[in-house]
Design a protein around this ligand. Sequence first.
Ligand code: UDP
Length: 322
Amino acid sequence: MKQRRKTLPRSRPVSVVTGAAGFLGSHLTDRLLARGHQVIGIDNFVTGSVDNIAHLGGNPRFKFIQQDVTEFLFLDTRVDYVWHFASPASPIDYLELPIQTLKVGSLGTHKALGLAKNKRARFLLASTSEVYGDPLVHPQTEDYWGHVNPIGPRGCYDEAKRFAEALVMAYRQEHRVETRIVRIFNTYGPRMRLNDGRVVPAFISQALKQRPLTVFGQGDQTRSFCYVSDLIEGIYRLMMSDYDLPVNIGNPTEMTMLEFAHAVIRATRSRSKITFRPLPQDDPRQRRPDITRAKKILRWSPRVPLATGLVKTIDYFRLKVR
Ligand code: UDP
């Protein structure tokens, strides 16, 4: 028998967001509060920051619990939605924290699913384009199984998320938890950590400091960047939909890292030059989401052009860079 919430929420929906002090978790929390939810945010601040949720202090609909999500989650309230966003998410973070990355993707997902099962809540996993690894299929559709090196430097993240997807499917099948899986492609916007090593904060801070932009390899590897508000809208629609297989959410406008470096230099009106550094091991050569499924099922596609999103992101970083 399919397990459902006992009753539809009569009062405000209650959402639990793991990783609520992170880049995406905090934007998601803002969106949920704006849509009338009560939000319980959980974070252990390993990569999240209190600055990202400081503006919510005193909001009676936001409650924060400082906890590692790999430990048992006890909540004394009704819960309607569990959004599992906790994880280190930048290559330098998970290189530095490989065991924590594996634990939050496996044990943390287990605890968050256990909470959803116990509360009869709907569960959404923040998965990643990294499940496709260094893809041999381009652009990436959800049907592609991926090309991942389990023992390479990205293995701890990629395999944790692949395990998490398998666990979600098992809870759906065995315990009839209502589940959703979003595969998130490169996303950018305010609240990214200045020093998280990812290309967007790296290039913007280098450009603002008039330092050379560090392009890895020849800069011919590609990515496609989605502005955070577009991404959060897609994820919200997915949770509220009745679709339970993975959905790619990202922006399909693809560019090389060299092109992106020039775009950042233009947008910041910087005098910075470009310098080339060795390409990290297993750095995916190309990445672009096929978003046919999201368009069809969620009636979603990204709206914010790179030029507009970059201006907003640069304005945020100007206040942080000294
Ligand atoms: N990159 C770069 N210079 C930097 C940081 C990253 O050229 O200072 C490249 C990196 O090699 C990769 C792309 O930018 O090809 C995106 O890297 P990021 O760490 O943002 O995330 P990824 O998509 O690799 O997970």
